[in-house]
Ligand binder design. Structure first.
Ligand code: ADP
Ligand code: MG
Length: 231
């Protein structure tokens, strides 16, 4: 009985993950599509052009990696775990999401701090952060502001992603992280599920604070890795 239940549980996880693949591959494709649209503008400088092409290639590569990542997700492997410096990773995420935000009259700021390391898989952390920032952007139909910040508390690294969007009700907040819950016409309701499971795999926690008409703040707490003795 117990093993049957376990099998069912496994099947459920596998089908959720399969659905996540298409969702997660859509992110880099959307970003790349945005860059290609920007490239149609004949007046942009060569530097900008190179920048968009480079980021598009990065994103397409990301799509590739995500697919293979998710296909091997069921395997409990620690193969790709490495030390990640959070200022660098946030900087990367900022670069990726900025064009998407700019098109929607949204500014994103990042307040950095001293070096801070956590253990995890780079692609997955990017995915998690991009999902949350994207939700923030989508919560601001007119214009708005997203603030990403990093600080530490006790032995934890704390990443906060704050938006000035439509906010959520208590009920909506409770449903976050569960699959297929979406209030958007083209939403999949998988973005937060993926984000939550990635942070859980990194032994971290996600908290959410939101007020309707005011905005939302996602706080991610991750165990810090002390690197003082590293060369
Ligand atoms: P999707 O974005 O495809 O709808 P998600 O799992 O990413 O799926 O988000 C689920 C739902 O949670 C969204 O449809 C939205 O209602 C709500 N939500 C998530 N993040 C925010 C946010 N920053 N502001 C307002 N609502 C949010
Ligand atoms: Mg989403």
């Amino acid at each position: 009985m117990l093993s049957e239940l376990k099998e069912l549980e496994k099947l459920k996880v596998v089908s959720e993950i399969a659905a996540s693949i298409s969702h997660e591959v859509r992110n880099p494709l959307t970003v790349t599509k945005g860059f290609l649209q920007l490239l149609q503008d004949k007046t942009i400088t060569d530097d900008k052009k190179d920048f968009y092409i480079r980021l598009s290639l990065n994103e397409l590569e990301r799509a590739e990696v995500i697919i293979s990542d998710y296909l091997t997700f069921a395997k409990p492997s620690l193969d790709n775990v490495e030390l990640l410096e959070l200022n660098e990773e946030l900087e990367y995420v900022l670069k990726i999401v900025t064009p998407y935000a700019t098109m929607r009259n949204i500014t994103i700021t990042l307040s950095k701090t001293k070096q801070m390391f956590v253990a995890g898989e780079r692609q997955k952390l990017h995915q998690c952060l991009i999902n949350l920032v994207k939700n923030g952007i989508e919560a601001m139909p007119d214009k708005g502001q997203i603030t990403m910040s990093l600080h530490e508390s006790n032995e934890q690294a704390i990443i906060a992603i704050q938006d000035t969007g439509i906010g959520m009700s208590e009920d909506q907040m409770k449903r976050l992280g569960t699959p297929y819950y979406s209030t958007k016409t083209t939403g999949t309701g998988l973005g937060t599920m993926v984000a939550y499971s990635i942070i859980k795999a990194m032994r971290g926690e996600i908290e959410v604070d939101s007020k309707q008409g005011v905005g939302t703040c996602f706080t991610i707490k991750l165990p810090k890795v002390n690197c003082e003795n590293k060369h």
